[in-house]
Design a binder for this molecule. Structure first.
Ligand code: ADP
Ligand code: ZN
Ligand code: ZN
Length: 816
């Protein structure tokens, strides 16, 4: 904190504010008298910015008059800093390391927007309504009282909103309340769907538009028409950046219906079968002892907990958290998005009771805000959260655990493109905390760090109670074809294995990492493949909804009767997705009870949990799904895991293709035989000799690591070189090309110590109507990388590129 005030007792007159704008500048505002003693670094303030009002984070307060005119800050949003000094520092680090503007970074770190406090909502009483009606009849002058009565007619509005619209709203409301014209209530969340946050809203198609409506609304409406049912508005924002505004506008026009998400019951220990604490086995004990020792030294130390599937990592986490609490320190457990189910949360409640806070994106803002406050107040000292929970204001943080540290969902795919695991390591280091990274299939980076002694490796080499690892067989689908002369989805061995499970009352999981019914539709006459209008990819056929869908932008269109190019009727549906798998399975096993888990069957987190719970309780014999079924689940009665097509991810033009395939197959295989009865795994493939498949079949991480790390070393890929992907985007192809060429010239000859690949068209050239060209930078020196990327950003700024034209992805998880 820099305070340049001549006398320390004098209140600062100015504050430096970081705003969520794509320019990396700090803005100075004058503080109104009333705020001078209240504003602290880390607090959020509302400030005027051009014609808009923006919420920004105060970085410093001082009394140094800036050059030029300053505007006055409007409002203080936090009485206590939303980000303490250490989180502000972490934000600065992220902003530099990931080349993201500080303001946008800080905003991402305070996900609760500006409404952390409960709101007071006002509405009219019957006599207030009469008074308001009266106003409509008489032409009175518009004073604040009349304005408020008018605004409240027919709806309830929050105090915050009214204060923004009307002068002296607070005192007017007080007097109106005294007169009995308005009543107020404290609500955790606002009730008017039109005003609720996108996360709490569902939208549904009602009718087609008869008039002309703006493009964002038109596109959303078309999508809703083709996708019957209710859609979470926040989720739609992935595809339609303006979904929230458009949905509200459609609702006002009565073309769509809005509804509030049902209030979720707070996660309670009821949700999960309680896990009694186990007595740690010797390997677990050894690992725990090492972590406990580090905790008591109160110094930074990083561990890799490498434990095969079913080795009992969770039990080690629980013991470590207990040890941290016993030392009076807080603990943070990060899990991949998909793994944070009520069942998992329930385990923690069961063990730690009220001290647990859960930060889950499926929760309402108000619920998250409440958890956040409990954390900041030190009431909750154990936090279980997904990626952005790495910024939770845990008091006296002593331990961070990152479960399934290899999981891709830790990497944020939009600005700031940070990696939650890596940020966790930095946070632990800054705060003298202990960090444990757990996985059965550690990322190459983490394992390499352990090898170099940066992290301490702890191993859980066997399953709990000496349960055997599942027996894995690889089925060569090329031979299967030669022998049967049939292009079948299921091999004979898989059919037999499923039959046997059904007879024994055991359960099966079948993985096919591709959604939809058929991968694409082609014309037999002219060869045309049906493509997305926004992206350079083929459309996937979704049978249940009778539509063709783009998996990149969610564009949907009805299934055509004939080829759009040559009008031939001979359309061929090619490739198998999870939907078709379910159908074919139903045909092969008419009596089996089958459930499917993929993004089409899972609308919200709740569906996910319902399907899984149903499977766990044996309401289904077979669970079919995409990678969603591979992660973390512990369902003892599953004795067969089948991987229908192990090759799907292998051919992708991405240096992590092998690593990802290995991880997926190993994790999926790890779902088998976790109970008393041993399990088997069948992997169907046409690449039986590929090392990723072989090593997964042998459940041999070590062997895979050795092989893969050599490839990375030779190719200078991470962990040997630092990598950044520069993506140039434009809705106009020539423009994208011209910009990327200009950037190419800037980096040619390549800056010293840096290899530059490209510019080249991205593997999928066009996504969501944007053409994308990319350049990959590789270097042995992080410092060099930072310098070159800074130069790239200066160049883009000097050339007046828009914020959408340039995306920089440091440590990219995928190059697609
Ligand atoms: P992982 O996360 O390593 O795949 P889990 O933590 O899910 O493994 O543990 C697998 C199973 O073993 C769970 O059902 C858990 O309750 C059980 N378990 C863990 N530790 C012990 C132990 N020390 N003794 C007996 N059972 C244990
Ligand atoms: Zn055709
Ligand atoms: Zn598309």
């Amino acid at each position: 904190m820099t305070s340049a005030a001549p006398f320390p007792s004098e209140a600062p007159v100015y504050c430096d504010v970081s705003l969520p704008v794509p320019i990396d500048t700090v803005f100075t505002y004058r503080l109104p008298e009333t705020l001078r003693r209240r504003v602290q670094p880390g607090c959020r303030v509302l400030v005027p910015f051009g014609a808009r009002k923006l919420t920004g984070v105060v970085l410093a307060t001082h009394s140094q008059p800036p050059v030029g005119q300053t505007k006055e800050a409007l409002r203080l949003l936090d009485e206590e800093p939303a980000l303490d000094q250490s989180l502000l520092d972490l934000g600065r680090w992220i902003s530099t390391y990931y080349c993201a503007p500080l303001g946008e970074t800080l905003r991402a770190m305070t996900p609760l927007a500006a409404d952390i406090r409960h709101g007071r909502v006002y509405s009219l009483t019957p006599s207030g309504r009469d008074a308001a009606r009266q106003l409509h009849l008489t032409e009175t002058e518009e004073d604040p009282t009349a304005a408020i009565l008018r605004m409240l007619d027919g709806r309830a509005l929050s105090a915050t909103y009214l204060a923004q619209k009307v002068n002296k709203a607070a005192s007017v409301l007080r007097s109106l309340e005294k007169k009995g014209f308005v009543e107020s209530e404290d609500v955790a969340a606002e009730r008017d769907p039109l005003r609720a946050s996108a996360a709490r809203l569902r939208v549904e198609f009602v009718t087609r538009a008869t008039e002309k409506i703006p493009k964002p609304e038109r596109e959303l409406l078309a999508y809703l028409e083709l996708h019957p049912g209710q859609h979470n508005v926040a989720a739609l924002e992935d595809t339609f950046p303006k979904a929230s505004t458009a949905a509200r506008a459609l609702a006002r026009r009565q073309l769509a219906r809005l509804a509030l998400e049902p209030v979720s019951d707070p996660i309670s220990s009821k949700a999960a079968p309680p896990r009694a604490p186990h007595i740690l086995n010797p390997h677990q004990q050894q690992a725990f002892d090492a972590v406990r020792l580090a905790l008591s030294s109160r110094q930074f130390q990083a561990f890799l907990l490498e434990g095969v599937t079913g080795s009992g990592k969770t039990e080690v986490y629980l013991s470590a958290i207990e040890a941290a609490l016993a030392l009076g320190r807080g603990a943070l457990l990060l899990v991949p998005e998909i793994a944070l189910t009520p069942a998992v949360a329930g385990q923690f409640h069961h063990r730690f009771g009220e001290r647990v806070a859960i930060l889950h994106s499926a929760f309402h803002d108000s619920e998250r805000a409440q958890e956040w406050r409990r954390i900041r107040a030190g009431e909750a000292s154990v936090v279980v959260a997904t990626r952005s929970g790495v910024f939770a204001p845990v008091q006296n943080l002593g331990l961070i655990i990152v479960d399934e540290e290899h999981d891709q969902s830790y990497k944020q795919q939009e600005t700031p493109r940070y990696h939650g695991r890596d940020v966790a390591v930095v946070r632990a280091r800054n705060g003298n905390a202990v960090i444990v990274l757990g996985s059965a299939t550690p990322s190459l980076e983490t394992r390499y760090n352990a090898e170099r002694g940066k992290y301490t490796r702890l191993a859980l080499p066997g399953r709990i109670e000496r349960r055997p690892m599942p027996q894995v067989s690889v089925i060569d689908m090329r031979r299967e074809f030669l022998e049967t002369r049939k292009q079948a989805t299921f091999s004979r061995a898989l059919i037999d294995a499923v039959t046997e499970r059904l007879e024994n009352g055991e359960q099966t999981m079948l993985l096919l990492n591709r959604r939809g019914f058929s991968s694409f539709v082609a014309c037999r006459a002219c060869g045309e493949r049906l493509q997305c209008v926004n992206c350079s990819v083929t459309l996937t056929y979704h049978k249940r909804d009778r539509r063709m869908l783009c998996h990149y932008c969610n564009y949907a269109t009805p299934v055509p009767d004939c080829c759009p190019k040559c009008a031939s009727e001979f359309l061929q549906f090619i490739g198998v997705g999870s939907e078709r798998l379910e159908t074919e399975l139903g045909a092969a096993f008419p009596r089996a009870r089958i459930a499917r888990l993929d993004r089409d069957t899972v609308g919200g987190k709740r569906d996910y949990e319902t399907i899984l719970a149903g499977f766990r309780e044996r309401h289904f014999d077979i669970l079919v799904g995409t990678q969603m079924i591979a992660k973390g689940h512990d369902i003892p009665n599953v004795t067969l895991v089948g991987i229908v097509n192990a090759d799907l991810g292998l051919g992708l033009p991405d240096f992590r293709a092998a690593e990802r395939t290995f991880q997926l197959l190993t994790q999926a295989a790890g779902r088998a035989g976790r109970g008393e009865t041993p399990g088997i795994v069948l992997i169907q493939t046409i690449n039986p000799d590929h090392y990723a498949i072989q090593c997964a079949a042998e459940q041999d991480y070590e062997k895979f690591y050795r092989k893969e790390i050599e490839f990375r070393r030779l190719m200078y890929y991470p962990p040997f070189g630092a990598l950044a992907n520069i993506i140039v985007r434009s809705t106009n192809e020539e423009d994208a090309l011209a910009r990327s060429a200009a950037l190419g010239r800037l980096l040619n000859p390549a800056p010293e110590g840096v290899r530059v690949m490209g510019p080249a068209a991205a593997p999928v050239l066009r996504v969501k109507s944007e053409y994308r060209y990319q350049m990959l930078l590789k270097t042995a020196s992080r410092k060099r990388l930072g310098e070159v990327l800074a130069e790239v950003r200066r160049f883009a700024a000097a050339e007046k590129w828009g914020p959408a034209n340039l995306a920089i992805d440091v440590d990219p998880m995928t190059l697609l």
